[in-house]
Design a protein around this ligand. Structure first.
Ligand code: HEC
Ligand code: HEC
Ligand code: HEC
Length: 142
């Protein structure tokens, strides 16, 4: 789990690192469910996993969603929606509230241990926050 722990402590550009700086522990995001821990422990012991060049697991089962991020009063989603209204100065554009839905899985865009990506730009050409990746284009929309 070294890459996850190092990123958490040493890389403030990552979601996990930014949360560490704000005093958020691993377990505040990762609910300690006993069956998960048993499974992870067994997988770890068996060496039955593969990692990419950054040492992150290639098969990631965890996704961040509204439940994870609003648990324990961490994020108020109404405030999150308000923070990104008229995104990039474009009237009516909001990554947190669109025809894709309100509160679609946060992992579509926000990486915790990896770079974030502007999912909407699979089809659109909206402003990309500094340090975020732009996805491959799948199609063109207004
Ligand atoms: C801000 C919330 C947050 C914090 C803090 C955090 N994580 Fe994560 N973690 C996630 C999310 C979300 C994912 C899904 C992949 C991603 O976004 O990078 C994930 C994925 C993982 C995975 C891959 C799990 C799997 O089976 O798919 C591991 C291992 C992990 N985290 C370990 C840690 C450790 C260890 C710490 C503390 C040193 C930590 N995380 C801190 C949110 C967090
Ligand atoms: C379609 C992409 C996308 C999705 C999905 C998404 N976000 Fe965001 N989020 C953004 C962008 C873009 C920003 C602006 C980042 C910046 O300005 O650096 C942002 C900013 C934020 C912020 C900071 C807001 C502030 O006060 O400045 C929070 C908190 C946040 N998102 C939480 C969430 C949560 C929780 C979810 C899932 C329920 C989520 N986001 C889903 C794209 C997304
Ligand atoms: C798979 C492609 C695709 C993705 C991903 C996508 N859109 Fe769209 N979007 C479209 C298409 C197609 C239209 C209709 C385009 C037109 O009217 O010319 C559209 C229209 C819109 C409009 C115009 C308003 C409306 O509803 O008529 C907005 C705003 C918008 N999208 C925001 C977003 C945001 C924010 C995201 C990311 C959360 C997103 N879209 C993701 C394809 C996509």
């Amino acid at each position: 789990m070294d890459a996850y722990v190092e990123g958490y402590y040493e890389d403030p550009t990552l979601g996990a690192g930014a949360h560490q700086a704000a005093g958020v522990t691993c377990l505040q995001c990762h609910e300690a469910k006993i069956e998960d821990q048993v499974h992870e422990g067994l997988v770890w012991l068996a060496g039955d996993f593969s990692t990419d060049e950054n040492g992150l697991l290639t098969t990631v089962g965890v996704r961040s969603d509204e439940k994870m991020c609003t648990a324990n009063g961490c994020h108020d989603f109404d405030e999150v929606v308000a923070a990104t209204e008229n995104w990039g100065g474009e009237e009516g554009v909001n990554p947190h509230d669109s025809h894709q839905g309100r509160a679609i899985d946060c992992s579509n865009c926000h990486g915790a241990h990896q770079q974030s990506i502007m999912y909407c730009n699979t089809c659109h050409d909206y402003e990309v926050p500094e340090g975020w990746a732009t996805p491959e284009r799948a199609g063109d929309a207004a």
